[in-house]
Design a protein around this ligand. Structure first.
Ligand SMILES: Cc1ncc(COP(=O)(O)O)c(C=O)c1O
Length: 300
């Protein structure tokens, strides 16, 4: 589907299909890989990346938490993204950046040396459902969010996604779009690949960092709230808070704010007024209409 596109791979632009690694590579067989995914939006001056600076900060932190090393600086990666966007003439879409040990490691558990880096340009297609405003359904997963003392949940590590995969599979098996997970401490954590927000008595609430991914969309919503006059709080909550929330929504890079209209056997008015306000504000931001947030974009 994307075979005509060029991928930035360790400093060179190469055909998509040639970016492969051995099955016994450390990155594949030991899941020693981290990644980032962020939106490309077309503004009045051409394509721009949504909060790429924040995504790169998180990438650097993921690499540090996993005691690995990247061969490129944030500035070099920004230039590589710009080159990838330019050469592929990418309009609205996403960039997926993977950093991994591509080297074969048949037995070895700990490797030395710098990570390989591949930057994939992904154009918007109907399959991606980018920026969809359709409400979704969610259930409470039988799976718990991985405990932060087992692997760093703050890192965007590919290995952590098996947890999200199982939760999403559980949800699909039960007829829901996505799943919400509690931590092993029983408190509300996050969705399979999304942050979970609720609104109660006009206050926007989200579980605190520490047991969830340091999501850029979560941060963006929390930064927008005071500008829009919405009180917000990061607080420890039980999953039962979702049973009497006035509104629930999820947030992640592809679909910034997704209203939830069914949670377990509850139906909710979705989007409720605060979710709708955030969705409209986000839409304005992503179409470069809100000057207060233009600094969230990096021109490419
Ligand atoms: C577990 C989890 N939480 C939240 C998010 C949303 O993070 P971001 O806003 O950085 O895309 C993701 C995205 O993949 C995720 O996997």
């Amino acid at each position: 589907m994307f075979e005509d596109l060029l991928v930035w791979y360790n400093g060179k632009l190469v055909p998509w299909k040639t970016v492969t690694i051995p099955v016994l590579s450390h990155g594949f067989s030991r899941a020693s890989a981290v990644f980032e995914i962020f939106g490309i939006h077309v503004g009045p001056d051409g394509p721009a990346a949504f909060r790429m600076d924040q995504h790169f900060k998180r990438l650097m932190r993921s690499v540090e938490l996993l005691e690995m090393e990247l061969p490129y600086t944030e500035d070099e990666l920004a230039e590589a993204v710009a080159e990838t966007v330019r050469v592929n003439n990418l309009g609205r879409g996403v960039i997926k950046l993977m950093a991994f040990w591509g080297e074969e490691a048949v037995i070895k558990l700990v490797l030395e040396g710098k990570l390989d880096v591949a930057i994939f340009p992904v154009p918007d297609t109907p399959d991606l459902h980018l920026d969809s405003s359709e409400p979704i359904s969610a259930c409470l997963s039988k799976w718990r969010k991985i405990h932060p003392e087992t692997v760093p949940v703050e890192a965007k590590a590919c290995s952590n996604y098996l947890n999200g995969y199982l939760a999403r599979k559980d949800a699909k098996n039960r007829g829901f779009d996505t799943a919400v997970m509690a931590g092993t401490d029983g408190f509300l954590a996050e969705g399979s690949t999304e942050s979970i927000f609720l609104v109660k008595d006009d206050v926007l609430k989200v579980p605190p960092l520490g047991r969830v991914l340091n999501s850029i969309s979560r941060r963006s919503v929390l930064e927008m709230a005071p500008v829009l006059g919405i009180p917000s709080s990061e607080e420890t909550m039980l999953p039962s808070a979702l049973l009497d929330a006035d509104e629930i929504f999820s947030a992640h890079t592809g679909i910034k704010v997704s209203p939830i209209d069914r949670y377990e056997d509850r139906t909710l008015n979705a989007p409720g007024p605060i979710t709708a306000k955030l969705m409209a504000a986000m839409q304005n931001i992503l179409t470069f209409k809100d000057e207060r947030f233009l600094h969230w974009f990096q021109p490419l």
